[in-house]
Design a protein around this ligand. Structure first.
Ligand SMILES: NC(=O)c1ccc[n+]([C@@H]2O[C@H](COP(=O)([O-])OP(=O)(O)OC[C@H]3O[C@@H](n4cnc5c(N)ncnc54)[C@H](OP(=O)(O)O)[C@@H]3O)[C@@H](O)[C@H]2O)c1
Length: 338
């Protein structure tokens, strides 16, 4: 669901790369795209619009069409017998919905009742790096500052950055910003998503704080997040300040992370070796570098964590969750009424 979008098209690509074992793949999108042809390797797929009739008979539905579509259609797919893996924020904090990162808390899938949520992209890459630290030394507090790519907003934002950058370079008048409240080209915006109901944290910052605790299963971790949008096409970067319960040296942390699933340590700053968004784009691994002690606190480490927001931050994890559901015999499990 959302097959024509930034995440949906990446999901289809990841399914092809991983030879995802499906008898049939049906791309759903809005009425606007119905009938459009999508190249899916050895076959062409025709985009289908949502209807009660069209959603019958599926084992798995991978959703990436935004919260409104998920609110309305994820329960209907689940009622029709599919397990939904949803990329939107609609179901993530629902008590009956596991929020799963395949390397971090795959066992949470056991409790699913028809809908599984994929976390926010920034949270996803951060918890993959935090989990080995949590297991080895405990975590008391996390301060995360993010530098998020425009593809995290979707295809319209990618086009907006492109148009604005072209206008600046060619010294043309800039088109007025349509997706973001300010110019994003050659700028940094300390706002990712929206400020609602007088909250002075954005919805994205609230998601990072809440989802980190839910995925790690630790309500007692104090989390503070500041999320910024940067003029990068793909790849979110996170500066994480992690206060552990037990002492953990940078060397021990590097060693732990070098053995962690889904993580690659890229950390030789003296030779300018550290992760960048461009390095992470197109990869499924989360890259971690700049691992160092915080001089202001004896049990604090600083880390620089970079991931491809469209791949591991969304599409790859969704496909991995679908694979786990199949391998663990969790398709067609118990249903809830949402
Ligand atoms: N981009 C990321 O890095 C990222 C990461 C994690 C999670 N997510 C989440 O994934 C979801 C999709 O994000 P995206 O970046 O892929 O957005 P996008 O590029 O704007 O794509 C949106 C998709 O949803 C479809 N759609 C929109 N309205 C619809 C409707 N009323 N009925 C049916 N289909 C509809 C669109 O179909 P048409 O082409 O027909 O309009 C398109 O396929 C969002 O919930 C987002 O928060 C995104």
């Amino acid at each position: 669901m959302g097959a024509t979008g930034a995440v949906g098209s990446t999901i289809l690509g990841v399914m092809r790369e991983r030879s995802f074992a499906a008898d049939e793949v049906v791309p759903f999108a809005s009425e606007r795209s119905a009938g459009r042809t999508i190249d899916h390797g050895d076959r062409d797929l025709s985009v289908v619009a949502l209807s009660e009739e069209a959603i019958q008979g599926f084992d798995v539905a991978l959703f990436s069409a935004g919260s409104a579509v998920s609110a309305d259609w994820a329960p209907r797919f689940a009622d029709a017998g599919a397990v939904v893996v949803d990329n939107s924020s609609q179901w993530r904090m629902h008590d009956d919905v596991p929020l799963v990162v395949s390397e971090v808390n795959p066992d949470a899938l056991d409790s699913h009742r028809g809908i599984v949520a994929n976390p926010n992209c920034t949270t996803m890459q951060t918890v993959i790096a935090l989990k080995p630290i949590l297991d080895a030394a405990g975590i008391e507090r996390l301060v995360m500052s993010t530098y998020q790519a425009v593809s995290g907003t979707g295809q319209r934002a990618v086009d907006e950055l492109h148009r604005q950058a072209e206008a600046v370079i060619e010294a043309h008048e800039l088109p007025p910003p349509a997706v973001y409240p300010h110019q994003i080209a050659f700028n940094v915006l300390p706002q990712v998503e929206t400020f609602t109901d007088g909250d002075d944290y954005t919805t994205e910052e609230r998601k990072c704080m809440r989802e980190t605790r839910k995925i790690l299963g630790r309500d007692d971790i104090a989390v503070s997040a500041t999320c910024a949008r940067v003029p990068v096409y793909t790849g979110h970067s996170v500066s994480a300040n992690v206060q552990t319960r037990e002492p953990l040296s940078p060397g021990e942390c590097r060693e732990l992370l070098s053995r962690a699933p889904g993580v690659v340590v890229v950390d030789d700053p003296g030779d300018a070796i550290y992760p960048t968004a461009i390095d992470a784009a197109g990869r499924d691994d989360v890259l971690v570098g700049r691992i160092r002690s915080d001089p202001s606190h004896e049990r604090c480490l600083n880390l620089w964590i970079v991931g491809d927001n469209l791949r591991k931050g969304a599409a790859t994890n969704a496909v991995q969750v679908a694979e786990l559901l199949h391998v663990r015999g969790l398709l067609r499990a118990a249903r809830a009424s949402y």
